[in-house]
Design a protein around this ligand. Structure first.
Ligand code: CTP
Length: 474
């Protein structure tokens, strides 16, 4: 079978082929590029394997491309990277195989043939190669029936799974990630291999694990991956807090829902409306503290009081554990976890403008994300119930829009700063300054005063008087 390339691809491909011929190197396109090409998935990363000196090949390619690209040579690893125009990343490596010394169980890597190299790869669909040799340019080299597996949507290791996963246990997560991204099925033996080797994931760095986890979360239906991670035993090793949500307890015939599968459904619901990784993380973590806050109240049933507060406190810890960034993304996730019950409390009757203003103030610019999360959180199987909740949320949105239009709360900055309070009463930073600031905020959010400088100034003077303060003359 011969593969066709676009004119853009021929642009760099012909030069790689020419450079390989000049150097007399048997060269192939391999791995993800070939897989994605056959699946018509767009990609800009191309990996080349040559039988021989990959650094020399990369250097020669870089010398012939115009504009001349940046080239990085990694001599210790025998790999090279050429970064070309329009975002094309070309990686070069020499074909390798494992060599077993009789005195050591650990293999060393030595130069090998293209077949040796394909055998060392994680999955048959990632072990396909395309020849760049002039007499068979574009020919698919497929020793493990990877093309058939691609067509059948099957994920299978080229070697016995135990060996492939022992070589690099991250491949277990990669397999589950591809199953999630591509909607493929994991072949039985490969799946058993993952379940048996799950504990080996412990030797993999947290960064690589989290990278795969994020890719799973960014898939169209992330629940597929999280469920596979759970069923294989990987999830309890990499993210035990999520596994703790699994299961339902019954007392006196009262049960609660399985919060693990509820969370997965919330995540899928939300993923239909956003590709924002951090909003998806908020869905993963919104109920994370339910196991810690679970109580059975006689005559009332199961409650999870305060799970949003305890959950909020768990966010930085989980971000640290998973080596996710401790920056504004973490603060965003924490805020959404903490606020995720607020909109539902506003769907009751007789809600005051003050409650609406407080939500707008607390959610600020993240109000729309919060509403998306809350809508995704409705997972009842009863369609009527779902529609009722959704139309209630629609009403909350409308009320919020009206109040926002008249009061502009979302990006509210107090018109009177702490600085002004200190100058007015001749104070240094102290408790009364905080008291006046807080009561100003409350007065504004409760609608006691309008959102203007004059009203705030008059309120400050009044509050100062109550506290026994006198303005200093300016
Ligand atoms: N590979 C492997 N084992 C790994 C990582 C990679 O065997 N743990 C091989 C696979 O053949 C893979 C190729 O190296 O196709 C390139 O790896 P990489 O660029 O990381 O992944 P892709 O398969 O291209 O897919 P993605 O970019 O989505 O990760």
């Amino acid at each position: 079978m011969a593969i066709q390339f676009s004119p853009e691809e021929r642009n760099w491909l012909d030069r790689v082929a020419a450079a390989a011929q000049e150097l007399g190197l048997e060269t192939y396109l391999v791995g993800g590029f070939v897989r994605d090409k056959l699946l018509s998935r767009p990609t800009k990363d191309a990996d080349f394997v040559c039988v021989g000196d990959a650094l020399a090949l990369a250097q020669r390619v870089a010398d012939t491309l115009k504009p001349r690209p940046a080239v990085s040579l990694f001599k210790t690893f025998g790999t090279a990277h050429v970064q070309w125009k329009d975002g094309w990343d070309l990686e070069f490596v020499g074909a390798r195989r494992e060599s077993y010394q009789s005195d050591s169980r650990k293999p060393t890597v030595v130069p090998g043939t293209i077949q040796d190299d394909q055998l060392r790869r994680d999955l048959t669909i990632n072990a396909l190669a395309i020849s760049l040799d002039p007499d068979r340019f574009g020919e698919l080299v497929d020793p493990f029936n990877g093309l058939q597996d691609l067509q059948d949507k099957i994920l299978r290791t080229p070697l016995p799974p135990a060996q492939t996963f022992t070589d690099d246990p991250l491949r277990m997560m990669r397999t589950i990630r591809f199953a999630t991204q591509l909607g493929f099925t994991i072949e039985e033996g490969t799946w058993e291999g993952i379940c048996e080797q799950a504990d080996r994931i412990r030797i993999i760095s947290q960064e690589r694990i989290t990278d795969e986890l994020n890719k799973i979360l960014l898939a169209e239906k992330p629940s597929v991956g999280l469920d596979l991670l759970y069923r294989s035993g990987l999830l309890e090793r990499i993210f035990p807090q999520l596994v703790a949500l699994r299961g339902a307890e019954y007392i006196d015939g009262h049960g609660h829902k399985d919060n693990f599968y509820h969370t997965l459904q919330v995540l899928d619901n939300l993923s239909r409306h956003t590709t924002d990784l951090w909003l998806r993380w908020a869905a993963v973590l919104h109920d994370i503290a339910k196991p810690q806050t679970k109580r059975f109240e006689k005559g009332h049933g199961w409650t999870f009081h305060g799970h949003e507060v305890v959950g909020g406190r768990m966010v930085p810890k989980i971000f640290t554990q998973l080596k996710l960034p401790l920056n504004e993304h973490m603060r965003f996730v924490r805020k959404l976890v903490e606020l995720h019950l607020r909109p539902i409390s506003l769907t009751k009757e007789n809600i005051t403008d003050s409650a609406i203003r407080r939500l707008l103030f607390d959610a600020g610019d993240d109000f729309d994300c919060l509403m998306l999360l809350c809508e995704a959180d409705i997972t009842s199987k009863n369609k009527q119930k779902v529609n009722r909740y959704l139309s209630n949320f629609q009403l909350v949105r409308e009320r919020c829009r009206e109040v926002e239009e008249s009061d502009q709360i979302r990006n509210w900055q107090p018109p009177i700063t702490g600085e002004v309070i200190m100058q007015t009463f001749g104070l240094s930073p102290s408790k009364p300054v905080g008291i006046i600031k807080d009561s100003l905020k409350d007065a504004m959010l409760d609608g006691v005063i309008p959102n203007t400088y004059e009203a705030a100034h008059a309120f400050m003077l009044e509050k100062g008087k109550e506290l026994g303060l006198t303005p200093v003359s300016s």
